[in-house]
Ligand binder design. Structure first.
Ligand code: C5P
Length: 238
Protein backbone atom coordinates (compact mmCIF):
# COMPACT_ATOMS: atom_id res chain seq x y z
CA UNK A 1 0.00 0.00 0.00
CA UNK A 2 1.81 3.10 -1.17
CA UNK A 3 0.03 5.65 0.96
CA UNK A 4 -1.58 4.54 4.23
CA UNK A 5 -5.22 5.54 4.64
CA UNK A 6 -5.80 8.20 7.26
CA UNK A 7 -7.94 6.21 9.65
CA UNK A 8 -7.84 6.91 13.41
CA UNK A 9 -6.36 4.09 15.47
CA UNK A 10 -9.61 3.66 17.44
CA UNK A 11 -11.40 2.84 14.16
CA UNK A 12 -8.87 0.36 12.80
CA UNK A 13 -10.21 -2.50 14.93
CA UNK A 14 -13.91 -3.21 14.46
CA UNK A 15 -15.05 -5.27 17.43
CA UNK A 16 -17.51 -7.98 16.37
CA UNK A 17 -20.28 -8.04 18.97
CA UNK A 18 -21.08 -11.71 18.53
CA UNK A 19 -23.06 -12.08 21.74
CA UNK A 20 -26.51 -13.39 22.54
CA UNK A 21 -28.39 -10.36 23.78
CA UNK A 22 -28.39 -6.54 23.91
CA UNK A 23 -27.26 -6.40 27.54
CA UNK A 24 -24.08 -8.37 26.82
CA UNK A 25 -23.45 -6.27 23.72
CA UNK A 26 -23.76 -3.02 25.66
CA UNK A 27 -21.48 -4.34 28.39
CA UNK A 28 -18.87 -5.20 25.74
CA UNK A 29 -19.16 -1.76 24.13
CA UNK A 30 -18.77 -0.05 27.51
CA UNK A 31 -15.69 -2.08 28.30
CA UNK A 32 -14.01 -1.36 24.94
CA UNK A 33 -15.08 2.18 24.09
CA UNK A 34 -12.14 3.92 25.77
CA UNK A 35 -10.00 2.49 22.95
CA UNK A 36 -12.34 1.41 20.15
CA UNK A 37 -15.00 3.38 18.34
CA UNK A 38 -16.17 0.88 15.70
CA UNK A 39 -18.43 -2.09 16.40
CA UNK A 40 -19.87 -4.81 14.20
CA UNK A 41 -23.39 -6.12 14.65
CA UNK A 42 -23.87 -9.46 12.95
CA UNK A 43 -26.53 -12.10 12.58
CA UNK A 44 -26.59 -13.37 16.17
CA UNK A 45 -27.04 -10.00 17.84
CA UNK A 46 -29.33 -8.59 15.14
CA UNK A 47 -31.64 -11.59 15.51
CA UNK A 48 -31.76 -10.89 19.24
CA UNK A 49 -32.15 -7.13 19.22
CA UNK A 50 -33.11 -5.86 15.73
CA UNK A 51 -31.90 -2.21 15.65
CA UNK A 52 -31.84 -1.60 19.41
CA UNK A 53 -28.11 -2.06 19.87
CA UNK A 54 -27.28 -0.48 16.50
CA UNK A 55 -29.14 2.73 17.45
CA UNK A 56 -27.66 2.69 20.96
CA UNK A 57 -24.07 2.42 19.68
CA UNK A 58 -24.60 5.23 17.17
CA UNK A 59 -26.18 7.43 19.85
CA UNK A 60 -22.98 6.97 21.91
CA UNK A 61 -21.01 8.46 19.04
CA UNK A 62 -19.49 5.25 17.66
CA UNK A 63 -19.61 3.71 14.21
CA UNK A 64 -21.49 0.56 13.28
CA UNK A 65 -20.79 -2.05 10.64
CA UNK A 66 -23.97 -4.03 10.04
CA UNK A 67 -22.83 -7.44 8.85
CA UNK A 68 -25.94 -9.22 7.61
CA UNK A 69 -24.37 -10.24 4.29
CA UNK A 70 -27.48 -9.56 2.22
CA UNK A 71 -27.84 -12.18 -0.50
CA UNK A 72 -31.15 -12.57 -2.31
CA UNK A 73 -32.81 -11.55 -5.55
CA UNK A 74 -31.94 -7.96 -6.48
CA UNK A 75 -35.31 -6.44 -5.52
CA UNK A 76 -35.23 -8.05 -2.06
CA UNK A 77 -31.67 -6.89 -1.44
CA UNK A 78 -32.60 -3.39 -2.56
CA UNK A 79 -35.55 -3.28 -0.14
CA UNK A 80 -33.38 -4.61 2.69
CA UNK A 81 -30.71 -1.96 2.06
CA UNK A 82 -33.46 0.67 2.11
CA UNK A 83 -34.31 -0.44 5.65
CA UNK A 84 -30.75 0.38 6.72
CA UNK A 85 -29.73 3.42 4.70
CA UNK A 86 -31.14 6.19 6.87
CA UNK A 87 -30.25 4.87 10.32
CA UNK A 88 -26.71 6.18 10.67
CA UNK A 89 -25.02 2.85 10.03
CA UNK A 90 -21.56 3.36 8.48
CA UNK A 91 -20.95 0.07 6.68
CA UNK A 92 -23.14 -2.83 5.57
CA UNK A 93 -22.22 -6.08 3.86
CA UNK A 94 -23.73 -7.63 0.75
CA UNK A 95 -22.74 -10.26 -1.72
CA UNK A 96 -23.86 -11.66 -5.00
CA UNK A 97 -23.63 -11.03 -8.71
CA UNK A 98 -23.66 -7.76 -10.62
CA UNK A 99 -27.46 -7.39 -10.55
CA UNK A 100 -27.61 -7.87 -6.78
CA UNK A 101 -24.79 -5.42 -6.14
CA UNK A 102 -26.35 -2.86 -8.51
CA UNK A 103 -29.68 -3.13 -6.71
CA UNK A 104 -27.98 -2.57 -3.36
CA UNK A 105 -26.11 0.43 -4.75
CA UNK A 106 -29.38 2.00 -5.94
CA UNK A 107 -30.76 1.92 -2.40
CA UNK A 108 -27.73 2.71 -0.32
CA UNK A 109 -28.05 6.47 0.25
CA UNK A 110 -25.18 7.48 2.60
CA UNK A 111 -24.47 3.92 3.61
CA UNK A 112 -21.09 2.52 2.56
CA UNK A 113 -21.33 -0.97 1.09
CA UNK A 114 -18.81 -3.76 1.35
CA UNK A 115 -18.94 -6.79 -0.90
CA UNK A 116 -18.04 -10.06 0.78
CA UNK A 117 -15.51 -11.86 -1.43
CA UNK A 118 -14.77 -15.31 0.05
CA UNK A 119 -15.47 -16.05 3.73
CA UNK A 120 -12.36 -16.25 5.91
CA UNK A 121 -13.56 -19.64 7.17
CA UNK A 122 -13.11 -21.05 3.63
CA UNK A 123 -9.98 -22.84 2.47
CA UNK A 124 -9.21 -24.02 -1.06
CA UNK A 125 -10.86 -27.38 -0.30
CA UNK A 126 -14.12 -25.64 0.56
CA UNK A 127 -14.23 -23.93 -2.84
CA UNK A 128 -13.57 -27.26 -4.57
CA UNK A 129 -16.37 -28.84 -2.51
CA UNK A 130 -18.70 -26.13 -3.81
CA UNK A 131 -17.71 -26.87 -7.41
CA UNK A 132 -15.48 -23.85 -7.87
CA UNK A 133 -12.22 -24.28 -9.73
CA UNK A 134 -10.53 -20.90 -9.22
CA UNK A 135 -8.01 -20.34 -6.45
CA UNK A 136 -9.28 -18.33 -3.48
CA UNK A 137 -6.94 -15.48 -4.32
CA UNK A 138 -8.12 -15.27 -7.93
CA UNK A 139 -11.77 -15.44 -6.90
CA UNK A 140 -11.30 -12.76 -4.24
CA UNK A 141 -9.58 -10.48 -6.73
CA UNK A 142 -12.21 -11.13 -9.41
CA UNK A 143 -15.09 -10.40 -7.04
CA UNK A 144 -13.38 -7.37 -5.55
CA UNK A 145 -12.68 -5.88 -8.97
CA UNK A 146 -16.33 -6.32 -10.01
CA UNK A 147 -17.56 -4.84 -6.74
CA UNK A 148 -15.35 -1.82 -7.17
CA UNK A 149 -16.42 -1.33 -10.79
CA UNK A 150 -20.04 -1.42 -9.64
CA UNK A 151 -19.38 1.32 -7.10
CA UNK A 152 -18.94 -0.57 -3.82
CA UNK A 153 -16.83 1.23 -1.23
CA UNK A 154 -14.83 -1.82 -0.38
CA UNK A 155 -14.64 -5.52 0.25
CA UNK A 156 -14.36 -8.06 3.01
CA UNK A 157 -11.42 -10.38 2.49
CA UNK A 158 -8.81 -12.17 4.55
CA UNK A 159 -5.43 -10.66 5.30
CA UNK A 160 -3.88 -13.14 2.90
CA UNK A 161 -5.40 -11.32 -0.07
CA UNK A 162 -5.21 -7.78 1.30
CA UNK A 163 -1.82 -6.93 -0.16
CA UNK A 164 -2.70 -8.07 -3.68
CA UNK A 165 -6.06 -6.28 -3.52
CA UNK A 166 -4.37 -3.07 -2.39
CA UNK A 167 -1.67 -3.28 -5.05
CA UNK A 168 -4.03 -4.18 -7.89
CA UNK A 169 -7.07 -2.09 -7.01
CA UNK A 170 -5.58 1.06 -5.53
CA UNK A 171 -5.71 3.16 -2.41
CA UNK A 172 -9.37 4.10 -2.36
CA UNK A 173 -11.21 0.91 -1.50
CA UNK A 174 -11.87 -0.21 2.04
CA UNK A 175 -10.45 -3.65 2.77
CA UNK A 176 -12.06 -5.04 5.90
CA UNK A 177 -10.35 -8.13 7.21
CA UNK A 178 -11.78 -10.71 9.63
CA UNK A 179 -9.94 -13.88 10.64
CA UNK A 180 -7.63 -11.92 12.95
CA UNK A 181 -5.77 -14.00 15.50
CA UNK A 182 -3.18 -12.50 17.85
CA UNK A 183 0.24 -14.00 17.30
CA UNK A 184 -0.88 -16.21 14.44
CA UNK A 185 -0.23 -15.81 10.73
CA UNK A 186 -1.09 -19.40 9.91
CA UNK A 187 -4.07 -21.46 10.95
CA UNK A 188 -3.75 -23.28 14.26
CA UNK A 189 -7.03 -25.17 13.78
CA UNK A 190 -8.48 -24.01 17.09
CA UNK A 191 -11.67 -22.65 15.51
CA UNK A 192 -13.55 -22.22 12.23
CA UNK A 193 -11.38 -19.46 10.74
CA UNK A 194 -8.96 -20.78 8.13
CA UNK A 195 -7.39 -17.74 6.44
CA UNK A 196 -6.01 -15.95 9.48
CA UNK A 197 -3.47 -13.25 10.23
CA UNK A 198 -2.39 -10.86 12.98
CA UNK A 199 -3.92 -7.39 13.07
CA UNK A 200 -0.63 -5.61 12.42
CA UNK A 201 0.33 -7.72 9.46
CA UNK A 202 -3.15 -7.41 7.89
CA UNK A 203 -3.06 -3.62 8.17
CA UNK A 204 0.56 -3.40 7.01
CA UNK A 205 -0.40 -5.52 3.99
CA UNK A 206 -3.16 -3.13 2.99
CA UNK A 207 -6.27 -3.80 5.08
CA UNK A 208 -7.99 -0.58 6.10
CA UNK A 209 -9.74 -2.23 9.07
CA UNK A 210 -9.62 -5.52 10.91
CA UNK A 211 -12.70 -7.24 12.36
CA UNK A 212 -12.02 -9.01 15.63
CA UNK A 213 -14.55 -11.10 17.51
CA UNK A 214 -13.61 -13.97 19.80
CA UNK A 215 -10.04 -12.93 20.58
CA UNK A 216 -11.61 -9.84 22.24
CA UNK A 217 -15.09 -10.95 23.29
CA UNK A 218 -13.89 -14.18 24.91
CA UNK A 219 -10.84 -12.62 26.57
CA UNK A 220 -10.67 -12.22 30.36
CA UNK A 221 -9.47 -8.69 29.76
CA UNK A 222 -10.70 -7.42 26.36
CA UNK A 223 -9.06 -4.03 26.69
CA UNK A 224 -5.62 -5.61 27.13
CA UNK A 225 -6.08 -7.57 23.90
CA UNK A 226 -7.19 -4.39 22.13
CA UNK A 227 -4.17 -2.44 23.41
CA UNK A 228 -1.77 -5.15 22.25
CA UNK A 229 -3.40 -5.26 18.81
CA UNK A 230 -3.30 -1.48 18.51
CA UNK A 231 0.39 -1.45 19.47
CA UNK A 232 0.99 -4.15 16.84
CA UNK A 233 -0.89 -2.08 14.24
CA UNK A 234 1.05 1.07 15.11
CA UNK A 235 4.40 -0.64 14.93
CA UNK A 236 3.51 -2.29 11.62
CA UNK A 237 2.37 1.05 10.18
CA UNK A 238 5.46 2.99 11.19
O1 C5P B 1 -14.59 -14.39 16.29
P1 C5P B 1 -13.95 -13.96 15.01
O2 C5P B 1 -12.81 -12.97 15.21
O3 C5P B 1 -13.58 -15.11 14.11
O4 C5P B 1 -15.11 -13.14 14.30
C1 C5P B 1 -15.06 -12.73 12.96
C2 C5P B 1 -16.31 -11.98 12.63
O5 C5P B 1 -16.22 -11.54 11.29
C3 C5P B 1 -17.59 -12.80 12.73
O6 C5P B 1 -18.59 -11.92 13.23
C4 C5P B 1 -17.90 -13.20 11.32
O7 C5P B 1 -19.28 -13.27 11.08
C5 C5P B 1 -17.31 -12.04 10.53
N1 C5P B 1 -16.89 -12.33 9.18
C6 C5P B 1 -15.95 -13.30 8.87
N2 C5P B 1 -15.60 -13.53 7.57
C7 C5P B 1 -16.14 -12.82 6.59
C8 C5P B 1 -17.08 -11.83 6.88
C9 C5P B 1 -17.44 -11.61 8.20
O8 C5P B 1 -15.40 -13.93 9.78
N3 C5P B 1 -15.75 -12.99 5.35
Amino acid sequence: MSEKMQIPLQERIIVALDVANPELAKEMVRSCESHVSYFKVGLQLFMASYFEVVDWIIARGHKVMLDLKFFDIPETVKLAVEQVNSRGVSLATIHGNDAIIRAAMEARGDLQLLAVTVLTSFGEEDLRAMGMTQSIEDLVLFRARRALELGCDGVVSSGLEAERLRNDLGDKLLIVTPGIRPGANVRDGSDDQKRIMTAGRAIAGGASHVVVGRPITKADNPIEVIKLMQADIQSCLS
